[in-house]
Design a protein around this ligand. Structure first.
Ligand SMILES: Cc1ncc(COP(=O)(O)O)c(C=O)c1O
Length: 479
């Protein structure tokens, strides 16, 4: 562990208005410049406050705020540290082939400031249909007196409905035995990590894209894997770089979101997909394919997932009904080879025995009666309109200060602000999150002259989009 950092700060010389902002920005700068390294322990709040001659509460609030933003972590009885999970700065700065909107020499620090990074508009859920389907499910289980324990892999009805959907919508030809119902794709990711950790104890690495979905990364770390980042560009995961990494690391799996990459929204090209599958065979690792928002693809036919392609034996495919219906349903699914599914089944028996049979029956009915398809069609139209409106609104209000590549699908934009990042901006994001019904973005900060947000457009109406973009404008430019 690195020793507490003796902070050489000159707060009075900084231009920010409050001591809080001066200190917070100074710490961020120290991290970005590399002087304050990952894992370094910071001085205790009392000591730092004494050294700087400021109030201890201010130091505590700064530490809390930077912790909430992902820069710092506090460990009980140990102190406050620079987060270990900032991306590898060395790797980032050599990523010359990063997506085109990036400056090749910049390093980047993903941080989750706000949670809405592409959630559905729960105001538009077909509540009537849901209550009818739940009513039917309740009547069915009551009549048939089938409220005892069920199959840990999920009810047959739901697996059958998923099987049909996967075949029609995702070109996946599989069987009921290869499908396991889970409580949201998050559980699928966790089970995949746990099963791989047990099956392949000698392989300690999981590869994720240079920017990736933070809850997945956390899940891998919590299962004692080490993370390696592979470069990303406008065609998705860089398979040449992956091939280099595979030469020197015992990789258990590659986690990827190929349809609409999280957070950058790019779709992985077909040649990269085929190359990735080829590598998974020759280096014998699994691909954890997170197909989290496949329903929403606007400009062309949805792209076939990795698991539907030839030679996809090593793919663990994970999907979710969170985006099309609602995250609170907690229904997701895994499609994989029988060894993996059987191991997941054993773990489910230890975790919660099975899912909620009534929810599973209700959803199966909605799927089998075509309601899911109808609802998807309707939402796709609405979200496509919001996507287009959001892109235009950012461009209209920010003019040349933003760059956005309109995503072919998904529920979020990747917005590059060609402006200096200011802590006040994060404050506004936070404010919006707290004060409004809707949440809307995740912040990905660049080193100096630009930064990104992943702006979830699906959950907000056109009026709300305008309001939010104007607030962002005021926070950044209208001074
Ligand atoms: C990349 C990614 N994977 C998975 C999920 C869905 O998680 P769950 O099905 O657990 O709600 C999300 C939701 O935001 C996501 O962004």
């Amino acid at each position: 562990m690195q020793q507490p950092w003796r902070m050489q700060l000159h707060l009075a010389e900084r231009e920010e208005k409050t001591i809080f902002l001066k200190l917070a920005n100074q710490i961020i700068q120290e991290i970005l410049s590399g002087r304050l390294r990952q894992g370094t322990r910071l001085l205790g709040s009392r000591t730092l406050a004494n050294e700087l001659g400021i109030n201890r509460k201010t130091v505590q609030s700064v530490y809390e705020d930077l912790e909430a933003q992902g820069w710092l972590v506090s460990k009980p009885r140990q102190g406050t540290f620079v987060s270990e999970h900032l991306p590898d700065l060395k790797l980032d700065s050599s990523s010359v082939t990063m997506i085109s909107v990036q400056s090749p020499t910049e390093s980047h620090t993903p941080q989750e400031a706000i949670k809405n990074d592409g959630v559905p508009d729960t105001r538009l859920i077909p509540y009537e249909l849901f209550s009818r389907a739940y009513r039917h499910a309740l009547i069915k289980v009551t009549r048939q007196q089938v409220m005892g324990y069920g199959d840990p892999q999920g009810s047959l009805e739901l697996r059958q409905a998923l099987l049909n959907m996967l075949s029609m919508e995702r070109f996946i030809q599989t069987t009921l035995e290869h499908i396991c119902v889970v409580r949201g794709s998050q559980m699928g990711i966790f089970l995949a990590a746990r099963v791989l950790a047990k099956q392949q104890p000698k392989r300690q690495f999981i590869v994720v894209e240079q920017w990736s979905y933070p809850p997945a990364v956390e899940t891998f770390l919590s299962n004692h894997f080490q993370i390696i980042q592979v470069r990303l560009d406008q065609h998705g995961l860089n398979t040449d770089h992956l091939a280099e990494l595979l030469e020197n690391h015992a990789v258990a799996a590659v986690y990827t979101t190929p349809h609409h990459q999280y957070p950058t929204t790019v779709s992985m090209s077909m040649d990269r997909r085929l190359k990735l599958l080829e590598l998974s065979k020759s280096f014998d690792f699994y691909i954890i394919e997170d197909d989290y928002d496949h329903e929403f693809h606007y400009d062309s036919r949805p792209i076939p997932p990795l698991i539907s392609l030839p030679s996809a034996d090593n793919v663990i495919h994970i999907g979710s009904l969170s985006k099309i219906f609602a995250p609170s349903l907690r229904v997701g699914y895994v499609v994989a080879d029988l060894d993996i599914i059987q191991a997941m089944r054993q773990d489910i028996l230890l975790i919660d025995k099975q899912g909620n049979a009534i929810t599973e029956l209700a959803i199966a009915e909605l799927m089998q009666q075509g309601e899911l398809r109808r609802h998807t069609r309707k939402m796709r139209k609405i979200y496509q309109g919001r996507r287009d409106f959001a892109v235009k609104t950012f461009q209209r209000i920010f003019k040349d200060n933003v760059e956005i590549a309109t995503p072919a699908g998904g529920m979020a934009l990747w917005v590059k602000f060609k402006l200096s990042y200011r802590l006040e901006f994060a404050e506004v994001l936070k404010q919006l999150h707290i004060d409004s019904e809707y949440e809307f973005g995740s912040l990905f900060q660049g080193k100096s002259n630009y930064f990104h947000i992943r702006f979830g457009f699906a959950a907000v109406s056109e009026e709300e989009i305008t309001q939010i973009v104007q607030m962002l404008y005021q926070a950044l430019l209208d001074r």
